[in-house]
Write a new protein. Sequence first.
Length: 359
Amino acid sequence: MLEQLNPQNWTIAWGEILPAALGLLAAIVAAYFAYRVVFAILRRVTAASENTSDDLIIESIRRPIKWSMIAIAVTLVAQADSTLAFVWEPVAQFVRPALLGWIAYTLVKAFTAAMEIRLEASKDPVAVRSRRTRLSILSRTATFAIVFITVGLMLFAIPSVQSIGTTLLASAGLAALAVGAAAQPALKSLIGGIQMALTEPLRIGDLVVIDGHTGRVEEIRMSFVTVRTWDERAIVVPTTSILDHSFENWSRKSEKLTGPVYLHLDPAAEVDPIRAEFERFVEQHELWDKRTVGLLMTEAHPESIELRLSMSANTIADLFALRCAVREHMIAWLRREMPDALIRHRLEVEAANERVKGK
């Protein structure tokens, strides 16, 4: 047995190997030349177009197409040469699905990047968030499906695990996903991600309140959503939790929003002068969008009254800044013009001491 492993005892049929090697080399050179010619023509065609998306797509698929053309050339030569076929066919069973998966993966990434470029040119922030959310979820779903199917096809090349490949491909059907959603958390998250992409309860960039946390939706994945709060904390929320529980979306239709400022004052305070000053200040403020401004007494208690000062702005950030400005201005104005309207809880210790001494 050891003598068979000795290279000196090997017999090499150069008369059979040399023609096969030359044919293989010629096929690879021809495939590479064809690849260069085809992509040179495609580059000229895309250069004449004003759209940059086609350039991005062509550049993305360049490498997988090159190797795919070489693999096709090797397969054609192997069909005419039994020696090369004996070596190439077992390898090709893994190479072919891998190349197909690579091409599909790069196409998904290229189309996603091209759509992102188009979204940047849009002037409607709500439409941009909607399309970006769908694009993000659907591209991740497509990527998962491509990897899933590619691995299943590659498993078919191994006889001992061919049954595993069959099971993986069968479970990729929508019927299997629907049936196994309740029992398989991964499949349930996948369906939840697709449902979120179609129904859009929230989108990337939306301002939401989830589980008491207020922030912008930073990332949407198949299994979780990341919300970035104002203090730069990242709140990770499971996708299934968002679909199963209620939450607040402050920018569902648009960024325009109406917000309140509450003042708790003495019951003896006159409301009309406060209303006039509030309306005067808001109407001249640059952040007000001229939609809503009003003051209402929303509560009345024996020791205090509650005034709700409502105002609106074009964006949520502008509304927050406007509310802070109104709150600061009205407190300063009340302290200066109507100090008796502010609630005071004080102990007159000095006066009480004088009364005690007088007794």
